[in-house]
Design a protein around this ligand. Structure first.
Ligand code: ASP
Length: 581
């Protein structure tokens, strides 16, 4: 006879099934023994059902010593259960077992997994990820991710996007991170790069005549770790031909609104607000401001002695003590600030001045009397170069967002911590000066807003060029970024040159790409979402790892499989690699 593991799941039996003989299989979530028998909560992905093994059952002794998380098959009769706390229909029934089969025995667990909360360290959870994923909260995350991806796919399919996959063994795509490399056995000493994104391929698809492309793509970036980053992650990647940045923003907004409505995630506006990069830096000191906090930075209009220096501040309602001051100075130092000053708005005097910078307190009092500061009691400010001032004060604003949002009495400061605040940041600089050279802020395929400027621009002035690029920010995180692309050979070549690439380097790296520009390139543009990061915000987690089934830890190690791992000298030789040389 063919094996039958279940007639029902552990989640779908109801009072309608009373008196039926059923078969269910699952894990022992909990086991309790009293004079009426052994009570087992049997769990599978769909729910939990209570099973009773009465003392006269022939399997009683065998099951008595079973450990939690063992796997059982139960045959039994559904009976009514008196359960006042019943949350689900199947809490109203239980199964009186007639036959039990132990399908797999578990040993003692390294940590308890029956509840959402766990005392286990994240390292231990990652080492036993298959147990961690059985915890209800983690299981829900995995299911939610599936539903989100499914909903995005459905929307894009209905809007004429084609899902097309692109290679993982490829050539480097410049997205600003280091590449992960894979040695090619057949061509010794040659390497593939794992894609930092499918950027070049999706542009080549536009050149191939595809009108609307999408892909849930794996991307690989070897960069420093942060709570919202992983070395490999998933992007929802889009590209459209004959499009404009306005159209891309519209389609993205429709897609997000559809996602929020279909999955009942929360309220979402019909149109997302838009500000420029420079406005974002000026008002919030950040290129990804969290708009759940309505407070902006203030420019204190005191004449600075040196032209490029400005006074910039942030007003808070706080009990400023030694610990807060230490923290604020630390944040200021981290962002290159040297002049943190704290001014008591009630007592009208400077109470802390890290560098003894001269501030004319009389003028400050006069200026502050013109600013509405409601119940707030302190002005924290710096006197720095514009860029440093923005960065320091932006970081201090973020510190207060993280700190005060945890305190219930700061509703006026944080609009509503549960809200989802979307924001487009547009008009990014094309280039930024970093590590002594000009680098593309987005990537080198981004079109400038005024292409004609490129051919005449002085190399020293590249910082003034504006890109036709846009980022989508949600609650202080960049969740997507994209741009209109260059579709002109000369312009693309000129950008490579402005980035300091020699003709030989352009040939070696981008010859295949540039030559496609000779055969008709449609105007095109696109965007990519960091899916795991988006999920992290939607599930209100602090860690991107909670949204990935098998993530790496914060040192890039998979604790479950212990990768990366060493390879043998023989394997190295096969690849033509000799580490000694
Ligand atoms: N390839 C870009 C990125 O990964 C996204 C885009 O420009 O579409 O950030």
């Amino acid at each position: 006879m063919e094996k039958l593991f279940r007639t029902h799941t552990c989640g779908n039996l109801t009072q309608d099934d009373i008196a039926k003989e059923v078969v269910i299989s699952g894990w022992v979530k909990d086991i309790r023994i009293n004079k009426f028998g052994i009570f087992i909560d049997l769990r599978d992905m769909y729910g939990t059902t209570q099973v009773i093994i009465k003392p006269d059952n022939i399997h009683y002794q065998e099951v008595k010593n079973i450990k939690v998380e063992s796997v059982l098959k139960v045959i039994g009769i559904v009976v009514l259960r008196k359960n006042k706390d019943a949350k689900n229909a199947n809490d109203m029934i239980e199964i009186v077992a007639t036959k039990i089969e132990i399908l797999s025995r578990a040993i003692n667990l390294p940590f308890t997994i029956k509840n959402d909360n766990t005392l286990a360290s994240e390292e231990l959870r990652l080492q036993y990820r298959y147990l961690d994923l059985r915890r209800p909260i983690m299981n829900d995350n995995i299911k939610f991710k599936h539903r989100v991806i499914n909903c995005l796919r459905t929307f894009l399919n209905e809007n004429n996007f084609l899902e097309i996959d692109t290679p993982c063994l490829t050539k480097s795509t410049p997205e600003g991170a280091r590449d992960f490399l894979v040695p090619a056995r057949i061509q010794k000493k040659y390497f593939y790069a794992l894609p930092q994104s499918p950027q070049i391929y999706k542009q080549l698809l536009m050149i191939s005549g595809i009108d609307k492309y999408y892909q849930i793509a794996k991307c690989f970036r070897d960069e420093d770790f942060r709570a919202d980053r992983q070395p490999e992650f998933q992007q929802l990647d889009l590209e459209l031909a004959f499009t404009t940045s306005k159209e891309i923003k519209q389609i993205v907004e429709k897609m997000i609104i559809n996602l929020f409505k279909t999955l009942k995630i929360g309220d979402v506006p019909k149109v997302f607000p838009i500000i420029t990069y420079h406005q974002a830096m000026d008002c919030y000191g950040s290129d990804k401001p969290d708009l759940r906090c309505t407070c902006k930075l203030i420019n204190i209009d005191i004449k600075a002695s040196e032209d490029t220096f400005v006074y910039k501040g942030f007003i808070v309602n706080d009990k400023i003590n030694e610990t807060t001051i230490k923290k604020l100075v630390e944040i200021s130092n981290q962002h290159g600030g040297k002049t943190l000053i704290i001014y008591d708005l009630i007592k009208k005097k400077v109470i802390y001045n890290v560098s003894k910078t001269k501030v004319n307190e009389l003028i400050l009092i006069e200026k502050m009397s013109q600013i509405k500061y409601n119940n707030n009691n302190f002005l924290i400010f710096v006197y720095e170069q514009q860029m440093v001032a923005n960065k320091v004060m932006g970081a201090i604003r973020n510190f207060y967002i993280n700190d005060l949002s945890k305190q219930a009495n700061h509703k006026d400061f944080m609009n509503n911590i549960e809200k989802f605040e979307f924001l487009w940041i547009v008009d990014w600089p094309m280039f930024e000066w970093e590590e002594n050279k000009w680098q593309a802020c987005h990537h080198p395929f981004t079109s400038p807003k005024n292409p004609e400027q490129i051919l005449t621009i002085n190399n020293k002035n590249l910082g003034i060029l504006i890109a036709d690029a846009y980022d989508l920010v949600l609650n202080g995180f960049e969740i997507a970024g994209g741009s209109i692309r260059i579709n002109d050979y000369q312009l693309q070549e000129a950008i490579f040159k402005l980035l300091g690439l020699s003709t030989t380097e352009i040939d070696n790296k981008f010859d295949f790409f540039l030559s496609a520009f000779n055969y008709g390139v449609p105007p095109h543009g696109g965007i990519a979402f960091g899916l795991d990061r988006l999920l992290m915000i939607l599930i209100k987690s602090q860690s991107i790892r909670d949204t990935i089934a098998f993530p790496k830890n914060n040192r890039g190690i998979c604790l479950l499989t212990n990768s990366p791992s060493k390879i043998s000298t023989e394997q190295l030789a096969i690849l033509g690699l000799n580490l000694k040389k």
